[in-house]
Design a protein around this ligand. Structure first.
Ligand code: ZN
Length: 200
């Protein structure tokens, strides 16, 4: 996807940190993390997260654990199905413009319940419908390929990751930072069983 043409140096370094952390997570060799009073006290003065992660709310995909990162490292927006609305986009804009985070990652995952619900259809009560409606264009795209069963769920998930990346690119603030090569924007998918995050 087009965002890959906008790799910034600090964005590449940040990406490598996530890749290294994910390797530690996969192999169970977690880094020691300072969560003590001194570290917390230093963070009172301000935060400087090196990456923004837009992830699914699913309890199985917590970014700090998956990327083996500590306090103050990641700025995270989580919604069911990793879809974004103006509040979510505004949160990303804040992290990019105000905190100068050099990397933004949209991370979907396999076996996503939100995507499955959108594919399977039916009535969703309350505001869940807003999420389903947001996922539907990706579901339609996936269905158009003729895919069925589990393949269809995963294809819709992949389309939805791309769509969220595209929606972030539509933000004038994020667009400005991308064009200035100040940030890197990437899609990624987490696999529940292996624990691996595969970046686009
Ligand atoms: Zn999910």
């Amino acid at each position: 996807m087009g965002a890959n043409n906008n790799l910034s140096v600090s964005g590449i370094e940040a990406l490598q940190k996530l890749i290294d952390g994910n390797k530690r997570f996969m192999t169970g060799k977690l880094a020691l993390k300072d969560t003590g009073g001194t570290r917390r006290g230093n963070l009172v003065k301000g935060q400087k997260p090196f990456a923004v992660i837009i992830a699914c709310s699913d309890s199985r995909v917590p970014p700090e654990l998956i990327f083996d990162q500590a306090l103050g490292d990641l700025f995270i927006v989580r919604t069911a199905g990793n879809v974004v609305d103006p509040i979510a986009v505004g949160s990303v804009e804040y992290a990019v413009e105000h905190l100068l985070a050099p990397l933004v990652v949209v991370m979907g995952h396999d076996y996503c319940g939100a995507v499955k619900a959108a594919v399977d259809g039916g009535e969703a009560p309350g505001s869940i419908n807003t999420i389903i409606a947001k996922l539907m264009p990706s579901v339609e795209k996936a269905k158009a390929t003729g895919a069925t069963g589990h393949d269809l769920y995963e294809l819709a998930t992949d389309e939805n990751i791309k769509k969220t990346v595209e929606e972030l690119q539509e933000s004038p603030i994020i667009k400005h930072f991308l064009e200035g090569k100040k940030i890197t924007l990437k899609g990624a998918k987490y696999f529940l069983k292996t624990g691996e995050v595969v970046f686009d």
